[in-house]
Design a protein around this ligand. Structure first.
Ligand code: 5GP
Ligand code: MG
Length: 175
């Protein structure tokens, strides 16, 4: 298992940023009913914290995607492995993910969900590894830009470990 190299964002820093994002989202969606779509598994903790800070009416749904195929992100096929249980037609959708990297996964999910004719669709991510973006993805709300390093904690894993850390840390990759 790789070692934790250093803490990037501690609990207080994360909480303050989540609060600020929730305030912006609440202002922007005032008077509307929002459906948060939490992208499993990594976004579970972020979505749980974010939804408790919203002052607009919001529902939550869950979706899980997997990507298969070649190692280059852009050539991988994104498949929904656990779908929503509700129709999203005419709903205001906010896709919630913890981190966007190449953008391939969110780009593909946006395309798949757009076919279901939501009234609107936006994305909120806590972390953005902007330097790695290879597909243009409209990210409406972003917590922090992060460097191109592998991060864990606050829902994010390394081989399904470290998700339960309450802070976000950089790990030293390798066996
Ligand atoms: P993308 O399709 O944007 O390249 O990749 C998005 C997914 O890759 C994220 O939802 C996340 O699951 C995973 N990912 C990308 N960077 C990191 C990282 O630094 N740490 C962890 N734990 N997962 C990452
Ligand atoms: Mg993962």
């Amino acid at each position: 298992m790789p070692e934790i190299k250093r803490v990037l964002f501690d609990q207080d820093v994360i909480a303050a940023r989540v609060e600020a994002l929730a305030q912006r989202i609440s202002t922007d969606y005032a008077g509307k009913e929002l459906v948060l779509i939490c992208i499993l598994k990594a976004a579970a903790i972020f979505a749980a914290d974010l939804m408790r800070r919203l002052s607009v009416s919001a529902k939550i749904e869950f979706i899980q995607a997997a990507s298969y195929g070649m190692s280059a992100a852009s050539s991988r096929e994104v498949v929904i492995v656990q779908d929503l249980h509700k129709d999203i037609e005419n709903r205001h959708i906010l896709l919630v993910d913890t981190i966007i990297d190449t953008g391939h996964t969110l780009h593909a999910l946006l395309g798949l969900l757009a076919e279901r004719k939501p009234a609107s669709m936006n994305i909120v991510v806590l972390l953005d590894k902007k330097s790695r973006r290879s597909t243009e993805v409209p990210v409406a709300y972003c917590g922090f830009e992060v460097p191109d390093e592998f991060v864990v904690g606050y829902g994010m894993d390394y081989r399904d470990q470290y998700r339960t850390l309450p802070y976000i840390a950089i790990v030293e990759p390798g066996e």
